[in-house]
Design a protein around this ligand. Structure first.
Ligand SMILES: [Zn+2]
Length: 310
């Protein structure tokens, strides 16, 4: 068997019990450090529910991530340029956290309601983030509330929180995000390559595989394996991500489980500093500058803002 990343011959590392019923081999590549299952015949059973019940960190993770994504999008990818440069702000800049319902009759709502659904038939001149594997849409909603133009994409999960803001494959993203997705990919090189072809800037998370690889069973078993739910099938070492970056012609920076593939070189120090500053005030400054989309999105999606049928 060959490594799914670098095509090097791999060795069986261990056998693990998946979904409490299948004993399956996992293979480790000594060249790039990648660890994965081979034949993943159980996926249809693993994805009876797209969000596995043991993912108790789903809300805390998104509340943590949206501030970091916002700061990185603005600092490295120009999402705040039109605002700082005097571009039009469309939304409740003075009161970004307002309840949409309580403001629906506000005098500002008439003109803003006429803004049309064009938030998503997106201007080619303004930056766009697409959240790949966006799950329930919670992150996209939080990003939009912060003022980031973000759209949702997911082939396997129902969009609950960002309805009306699905990516239609036409608008060209400036930045992709993809959180807790890489470890789910059965054909990672092909799927990551497709993402980078779409956009060479990809901010993502996955826990890096320690070296030597951690135990797969017993009290010391690595929590990230997740063999009980069976959705995690690909595990990346630092060397794996470096190999992918080289093959794809992009740069890589990482900090605390967050990684960025980028078209231009980003200083690791700058990346780490932005991640840290996101939770030390930088986010709140940016949010004031950007202006929340909470109310404008509400107006955009309200039946009263749609053109009357002929
Ligand atoms: Zn490999």
């Amino acid at each position: 068997m060959q490594c799914k990343i670098c095509q090097n011959p791999v060795q069986k590392a261990f056998e693990a019990t998946i979904l409490e019923r299948y004993l399956e081999p996992f293979y480790k590549c000594e060249r790039c450090g990648f660890l994965s299952a081979s034949e993943v015949h159980w996926l249809s059973q693993a994805y009876t529910n797209a969000i596995n019940a043991s993912d108790t960190g789903i809300v805390a993770r998104n509340l943590h991530l949206y501030k970091i994504v916002s700061v990185i999008a603005c600092a490295l990818f120009g999402f705040s340029k039109s605002v700082i440069g005097g571009g039009a702000r469309t939304r409740l800049d003075s009161n970004p956290d307002s309840n949409p319902d309580s403001n629906a009759t506000d005098s500002s709502s008439t003109s803003q309601g006429a803004h049309s659904r064009d938030t998503h038939s997106h201007s080619t001149h303004s930056p766009l983030l697409v959240d790949f594997g966006g799950g329930t849409g919670l992150l996209v909603r939080l990003l939009r509330d912060a003022g980031i133009e973000a759209l949702w994409q997911d082939e396997y999960c129902e969009n609950l929180f960002a309805r009306g803001f699905e990516w239609d494959h036409h608008a060209k993203p400036t930045l992709l995000s993809s959180f807790e997705v890489f470890e789910h990919l059965p054909n990672p090189m092909e799927q990551i390559s497709a993402m980078l072809t779409l956009c060479p800037n990809l901010l993502f998370s996955t826990e890096l595989l320690p070296c030597p690889i951690p135990p797969h069973q017993g009290k010391e078993a690595w929590w990230y394996y997740g063999f009980a739910h069976g959705q995690h099938i690909s595990f990346y070492a630092r060397e794996t991500l470096e190999y992918i970056a080289r093959q794809q012609g992009v740069f890589l920076v990482s900090h605390n489980g967050l990684h960025l593939f980028s078209q231009r070189k980003i200083s690791p120090f700058v990346f780490a500093t932005l991640v840290r500053l996101a939770h030390r005030g930088a986010f709140w400054i940016l949010k004031r500058l950007l202006g929340s989309k909470t109310l404008s999105d509400h107006q955009l999606l309200s039946p009263s803002s749609r053109p009357a049928p002929n």
